[in-house]
Design a protein. Sequence first.
Length: 159
Amino acid sequence: MAVASVTETTQYLTFNLDGEVFAIDISKVREVLEFTSVTTVPKMPHYIIGVINIRGNVVPVVDMRIKFGMNKGEKTVNTCVIIVEVKVENDNIILGALVDSVEEVIELEPESIEPAPSIGVKLDTEFIKGMGKRDDVFIIILEIDRIFLAKDLEAISLV
C-alpha cells in the first residue's frame, strides 16, 4: 500500500547518516556545500552546531545525527551541508543540514513508497513520509517540514 500523500513521481536527494540512507524532496533543497567550518553561537539547542555565511546570509547548521538521536559522527571529506528551505507555520526558514555524505538524486514512483513502519525504526515516525526501496536498499524518506517545529526554531530566529 503506497503512501497516500505521494501521488506522482518525485525526485529525492539521498544522503547517508550513520550507515542509513535518507531522502528529502528535491524541491526543498537549495544547494549542497562541502563542510568547512561553522561559527559557534552560544545558547543554541544542542543539535545546532553553529552558523555559516552563505552570500551574506547567516544560516544555522543542524547536525542531523544529533537531531535524530544518533551518535555524533567524525567529519570526513564526504561530510556535506545540505541547504534546505523549511516551512514552519507560515514562515520559510533556510537551514543547513549536516550529513555524513550526499549520494544522488533519484526518482521514486508513488507505488514504490510504503508507509513508515510503526516499530523497528530509530526515528520518530512523525518525521517520515515513507519508506522507499531501490536496489534492495531501504530509503527513509523524510518530511523535512515536520522535523523542525516552531518551538525548536525559536532560538534560530534570534540569529
